[in-house]
Structures are given as structure tokens and as C-alpha cells.
Write a protein that binds this ligand. Structure first.
Ligand SMILES: [Zn+2]
Length: 51
């Protein structure tokens, strides 16, 4: 049995499988999955906007 962790991309709102995410970012002790480089740069520009 495989455990799949589904995250919600805070930038675009898409559901992202942890294993398939572009990157997992830890911000203030919580993990956020970003689906693509574009969402990653948006998140890094203003993480407080998305958390
Ligand atoms: Zn995204």
C-alpha cells in the first residue's frame, strides 16, 4: 500500500501530489507544495500572501 500525500498549491489552488510536486517549500514550519517554477517564484516573492 502506498501512502499518497495531496497538498494544495497555495498559489494556483491546484491539488498537487507530494511525489509529483515541482518543489516542497518549508515556510514557518509548514510544508507547501508548488506545482511549477512559476508558482514557486510567486510564492517566494510574497509567501505571507499565500500562508
Ligand atoms: Zn501551481
Amino acid at each position: 500500500m502506498r501512502h499518497q500525500t495531496i497538498f494544495r498549491d497555495p498559489v494556483c489552488g491546484k491539488k498537487v501530489n507530494k511525489n509529483k510536486a515541482h518543489i516542497i517549500i518549508t515556510y514557518q514550519g509548514r510544508e507547501y507544495a508548488l506545482c511549477c517554477p512559476k508558482c514557486q517564484s510567486e510564492f517566494e516573492k510574497a509567501p505571507e500572501k499565500y500562508t
